[in-house]
Ligand binder design. Structure first.
Ligand code: ADP
Ligand code: ZN
Length: 762
């Protein structure tokens, strides 16, 4: 830290020393002097502090009292506290501290991620004159100014701010560095203050969280009587409630009534005045779930929707913090919601990939949820029909308990087995040159339509053609910024990069051989839709993927409601159709090409393919009529398909775990990937080489260092990418090695990101 210009300010106030995590990507925690006022600032308070020549926001994360006497005199003072109380409560602070050390992330950055944007003080902070500042301006004469230790430049700055009434911090920062240092000085001396009108933190008492998400807000629907399996699970959970930390896997087939069990145990927690946190993969896709919570708990639920405007989200946050609302329901980032006296943490569809945050502060919300329960002595419930293998392994090791719901809960479907699975071997039933539907699947669809029932077709690729090539010279159209081919989106009339979002017009002319031979290859959901419409002209067809979802949350909900009402006969979609939808009329699920997913160069590929197929298959036969699943594949012998046929999750898990163990992949080892990127491929490659050398020098026999190597997508958004993989059984050692690489001096243009427990190999 630099030395403040005024030492006497530090000495007159012998105040408390505080530990502050600044909202910048720096690993250290800094010591500042508390504001000179009665009572010390609470832990979790958001503050404005001088930092070098800048002023930045930060959070009070600890007290450093004991050290006061040993502290050098140049400890600077906090400039201002934002708002009128802490923005982070103690359990969240504790969780963030753990997360920062586990994920090797700067605490300030973690704390920022833990707050909704509306609660975060931002760089749109404004400066305005204090009374002392006004007086200094009025004072005039040079000698008076000198007595105040101000020079003519200071006076000019004060005058400028006075004229503009307020001046944004960012604008001031654009002026010369000396000017910025001077601003900090003027704030420290009390001539300027950072305005309280910080964007998004204005109080809005009447803002409603998630209002209109589901149109229901009255509690009181009477819950169904639990079936024997639900009852058994519930009573185990009830026995564990109030007994401190425990984690249970609630393993229930699709439609087995897991949600009902969550609702019941949460009701018990609320009876005791304690709080609950419910994490779901994507709320937009599961309006039904949010609606069920609303029906049961009314206004006692805060739905933390990312589509809710920041101010309303912040308002919901504050109501939770004050204990006015006892239940928080949201996606990934809701794991940081300030629920009071947390008793139950639910992670629904815990296997879902969306719980992993893939940029900035990379964390896994499921793992943080379990840690939060453990720190707070709460009950964690991980629900899934297809648990992720790490979770399953934790059950095997006895770390997690397991509760099983083996039958469907809906009385209309009860006692009926899961949908039958027919595997169509595409080597024997080719779908034809243009075709995507093999004859047996087309027949099954005809039968379904004839019976007045609904079908879902699942293909995990959006767009019309997955790539465009020249049939004369073989040229493939690629993204300028990324090393991937562009996808043809015919309805929207463009070629699109699925990684950076760049769009280009569709053309016929090949830029390489100058003939008009460019044509789309491979199939996405849009082509499936076109073919289905041609083949079943009378059917009402809809498509659900990220393109249709672009119409916003309303579009998705409208579409899901139509399927629900039976106004759609055939729904085609990507993994968005696999989520927890409960459509009574769907009896057929067609899985078009699982092969590409199965063969991805990722050790989790088989697990993901199995989970997706089982999940989408679970949409069939939830109502009064039995369902069937038709999978068309070139790999009928693959374990993901073989075990799907029998709906044998256990068999699949054991088989897959044996392979993971043989290869020493997670959960039998831990992994960290060091991701490097920058403009210049040579420079990034060299830096990656240095990083790998450093890792090898620090690593011992328990840690394997792989690489450096180009990432599978070597260029993304114009930036070259390299990776170094670390794996080993000793997590502590892995972190030591990672930390050593983080401290390496790298060229300024190269960025190193540490991804602990990586979920993606890309
Ligand atoms: P899951 O969360 O396991 O997919 P749900 O809780 O959504 O299952 O239950 C599936 C369907 O069964 C829902 O329509 C739900 O209302 C109904 N249901 C759940 N439990 C019962 C019960 N005990 N009695 C009657 N219906 C139930
Ligand atoms: Zn791109």
């Amino acid at each position: 830290m630099t030395t403040p210009k005024d030492r006497s300010a530090c000495q007159t106030d012998g105040g408390t020393l505080l530990e502050v995590a600044v909202a910048l990507p720096v690993a250290e925690i800094f010591i500042y002097r508390d504001l000179p006022r009665a009572g010390r600032l609470a832990l979790g308070s958001q503050v404005v502090v001088p930092f070098g020549r800048r002023t930045v926001t930060g959070f009070v994360v600890g007290y450093a009292e004991g050290a006061a006497a040993d502290m050098p005199h140049d400890v600077r003072q906090i400039l201002q506290a934002v708002g009128d109380g802490p923005v982070l409560d103690k359990p969240v602070l504790l969780l963030c501290r753990w997360a920062a050390s586990y994920y090797l992330a700067p605490l300030g950055e973690v704390l920022c991620a833990a707050l909704p944007s509306g609660e975060r003080a931002s760089s749109s902070r404004r400066l305005r004159l204090t009374q002392a500042g006004e007086a200094a301006l009025d004072a005039g004469g040079a000698s008076r100014l000198a007595a105040l230790a101000l020079d003519a430049d200071d006076r000019a700055l004060l005058a400028r701010i006075k004229k503009a009434r307020t001046l944004s911090h960012a604008r001031t920062a654009h002026s010369s560095p000396a000017g910025m240092a001077r601003v900090t000085f003027l704030v420290e001396r009390g001539f300027l203050e950072v305005s309280d009108a910080i964007r998004g933190t204005k109080r809005r008492r009447n803002a409603l969280d998630g209002e209109g998400v589901d149109g229901v807000s009255t509690a009181g629907e009477s819950p169904p009587t639990l079936n024997a399996h639900q009852e058994a699970a519930f009573s185990t959970l009830l026995g564990a409630l109030d007994r401190g930390y425990a984690t249970f896997l609630l393993q229930g087939i699709t439609g087995s009534g897991k949600t009902e069990v969550y609702l019941r145990i949460i009701a018990e927690a609320r009876k005791r005045g304690r709080g609950a946190l419910v994490l779901v993969p994507e709320i937009a896709l599961t309006p039904q779930l949010a609606a069920r919570f609303r029906v049961r708990f009314g206004d006692d639920v805060a739905v933390l929707h990312s589509a809710v405007p920041p101010a309303e989200r912040a308002a919901a946050w504050r109501r939770l913090r004050r204990g006015e609302v006892g239940i928080a329901l949201g996606a990934r980032s809701a794991v940081f919601a300030p629920v009071r006296d947390l008793a139950v943490v639910v992670v629904d569809e815990e296997h879902d990939g969306s719980f992993k945050q893939e940029d900035g502060f990379r964390y896994h919300a499921r793992d943080l949820a379990v840690m939060r329960a453990s720190q707070g002595g709460a009950l964690a419930i991980l629900g899934s029909a297809t648990p992720c293998l790490e979770t399953y392994h934790n059950v095997v090791l006895g770390r997690f308990g397991r509760l099983v719901l083996p039958v469907r809960a809906n009385p209309a479907a009860a006692g009926r087995p899961l949908p039958s699975v027919e595997v169509i071997d595409l080597r024997r039933h080719p779908p034809g040159p243009e075709g995507l539907l093999s004859p047996p699947l087309a027949l099954a669809m005809e039968q379904t339509l004839a019976a007045g029932e609904q079908a879902i077709l699942f293909l995990n690729r959006r767009g019309f053609s997955t790539f465009v090539h020249c049939s004369a010279c073989g040229f493939v159209v690629r993204c300028n910024a990324c090393s991937v081919s562009l996808t043809l989106h015919r309805a929207r009339g463009h070629l699109l990069c699925h990684y950076c979002g760049r769009a280009e017009p569709i053309r016929q002319m090949c830029p390489q051989c100058k003939t008009a031979n460019l044509e789309g290859m491979g199939s996405g959901t849009e082509r499936v839709e076109t073919q289905v419409r041609q083949r079943f002209p009378g059917a009402r067809v809809a498509r659900l993927d990220r393109d249709t979802a672009d119409g916003g949350r309303g579009r998705i909900e409208e579409l899901l409601a139509k399927v629900q009402r039976g106004d759609i006969d055939i729904l085609i979609g990507t993994q968005m159709v696999t989520k927890g939808h409960d459509f009574g009329g769907v009896t057929l699920v067609g899985i078009l090409q699982p092969d590409q997913g199965i063969h991805l160069p990722d050790f989790r590929a088989a697990e993901r393919a199995f989970q997706l197929m089982e999940q989408v298959g679970g949409r069939a036969g939830r109502g009064e009529r039995a369902g069937r699943i038709v999978v068309q594949t070139y790999n009928p012998e693959h374990p993901a398909i073989r075990f799907l046929v029998r709906h044998d999750y256990e068999g699949f898990a054991r088989d897959e775990l044996a392979q993971r163990e043989a290869a020493q992949y997670p959960p039998y080892s831990r992994m960290v990937v060091l991701r490097l990127e920058g403009r210049d491929a040579r420079e990034v490659g060299d830096a990656a080489g240095e990083v790998a050398r450093c890792a090898r020098a620090v690593a011992d026999a328990s840690t394997r260092v792989l690489g450096p190597s180009e990432a599978p997508i070597p260029r993304l958004r114009g930036r070259a990418r390299f990776q170094v993989w670390l794996s080993g059984a000793d997590r502590g050692k892995l972190l030591t090695v990672s930390r050593a690489t983080q401290r390496m001096p790298l060229p300024r243009s190269v960025r190193l990101e540490v991804d602990v427990d990586p979920q993606s190999v890309l």
